[in-house]
Design a protein around this ligand. Structure first.
Ligand SMILES: [Zn+2]
Length: 105
């Protein structure tokens, strides 16, 4: 199954528009970039889309929780790897949790 990049992700109260931009890594030095002011996540199409999107989501959650003091890149990477591992190990649990949160069960 091919990963389909979402058009938007909601983090806290912000809906970030997710787009691909060719040469993003070569022009910025980043595989992906989240911009809180513009409410965008820009992805280089050549990067690992799942990892880079989760990485930027961790940045977004960090900024939502504490915009004045951010995690380091190393901390964001460690959390990203942990989240990937958790999702891979518990795919049914995440689906179930999402359904229950929608229904407030
Ligand atoms: Zn980062």
């Amino acid at each position: 199954m091919k990963f389909k990049l979402p058009k938007r992700v909601k983090i806290g109260g912000t809906r970030y528009v997710v787009t691909r931009e060719r040469e993003h890594e070569s022009t910025t030095g980043n595989k992906a970039t989240i911009n809180h002011r513009r409410e965008t996540i820009i992805m280089d199409p050549e990067t690992n889309q799942i990892h880079s999107l989760l990485h930027e989501i961790v940045h977004g959650v960090d900024w939502f929780l504490c915009p004045e003091k951010n995690l380091t890149e190393n901390e964001v990477e460690r959390i990203t790897e942990a989240v990937k591992m958790f999702i891979a190990d518990n795919p049914r649990l995440l689906h179930h949790l999402a359904n229950c949160l929608d229904r407030k069960c």
